[in-house]
Design a binder for this molecule. Structure first.
Ligand SMILES: CCCCCCCC/C=C\CCCCCCCC(=O)N[C@@H](CO)[C@H](O)/C=C/CCCCCCCCCCCCC
Ligand SMILES: [Ca+2]
Ligand SMILES: [Zn+2]
Length: 266
């Protein structure tokens, strides 16, 4: 049992040289780049709060869980232990499960699913089964997780086919572009390591951490905005960027320009 916590007990080893900068930290840059989760998550919790308050406070679970993904990612790269690998991957699986439960469009529910509560229960059962199956062939987990991104992209494409709103389309392209950059770094670190070692540049997995967190911020705001337009249209959701809306770069978030439920009752 103690073996699963021991340094380098995972079968996965990223391109960055081990113990290059510290004898206690296996992959120094990959470990340090995990701090990006602790920077972006509180900002997103703050920016999404007006939408979460109006729609459902459970929305905050996404970025609370992202803090845990950051903690486990840091622990994994610091030790390359089997336990670190499983915690890192399983926390991502549960973030995905929360996103699907909250935001998967109702009209694409399977015919036997009547409402979101039943859909969330179905997602919960599938996630528990997937959690148990992840121990069968742990080296396949990361590939399975990346397949969800393909499904998210496909669902977004289907949803946005008829969309003409410039700001929404721009956010969708930005999220997709960031994800393409991120996954290129992940794949290149995995399969092109000897090339990057010759160039003495083995930091692509750390760069993936930074890009995927920003891609997640973009994608979660995009799906939350589409959800708000459908489920709470009276609140007149709009897209803005933090810290400076004029530049239309930075972190996207939702402002509610209309009345809230409470006001409506008065
Ligand atoms: C209707 C659903 C809407 C979903 C919106 C977006 C949901 C984002 C969900 C998860 C966040 C992923 C956080 C990634 C953390 C990375 C930690 C890490 O680097 N782990 C590696 C080991 O250190 C491990 O090898 C990585 C495994 C692959 C993870 C795949 C994550 C899929 C991310 C999906 C992002 C979607 C972006 C879509 C853009 C249009
Ligand atoms: Ca390494
Ligand atoms: Zn990582």
């Amino acid at each position: 049992m103690a073996g699963v916590f021991s340094y380098e007990s995972s079968e996965v080893d990223w391109c960055e040289d081990n113990y290059k900068h510290s004898e206690n930290v296996v992959e120094y840059f990959n470990t340090m780049s995990s701090f990006i989760f602790f920077v972006i998550s509180p900002i997103m919790l703050y920016l999404l709060h007006p939408y979460a308050k109006e729609r459902n406070l459970a929305v905050h679970l996404v970025w609370i869980m992202m803090v845990f993904v950051g903690i486990f990612s840091l622990y994994f790269h610091m030790t390359l232990s089997f336990m670190g690998q499983m915690l890192d991957e399983l926390s991502i699986l549960w973030v995905l499960a929360i996103c699907y439960s909250l935001w998967f469009p109702r009209r694409h529910f399977p015919s036997f699913v009547k409402d979101r509560r039943t859909f969330s229960r179905m997602v919960l059962i599938i996630t528990v089964i997937s959690t148990l199956s992840s121990f069968v062939k742990p080296t396949a987990n990361a590939y399975a997780l990346n397949c969800f991104a393909i499904h998210i992209l496909y669902s977004l494409f289907m949803e946005l086919r008829s969309c003409t709103d410039e700001r929404v389309l721009r956010l969708a392209w930005a999220s997709t572009g960031l994800w393409v950059l991120a996954i290129s770094c992940w794949i290149s670190d995995r399969f092109g390591c000897s090339f990057w070692q010759k160039l003495n540049f083995c930091y692509l997995h750390g760069i993936w951490h930074i890009l995927i967190v920003v891609a997640t911020a973009y994608a979660t705001t995009l799906v939350a905005y589409m959800d708000a337009s459908l489920e709470i249209p009276y609140s007149l959701p709009d897209l803005q960027y933090w810290p400076q809306n004029k530049w239309a770069i930075g972190l996207p978030y939702i402002v509610l320009k209309g009345s809230t439920k409470t006001w409506k009752r008065c």
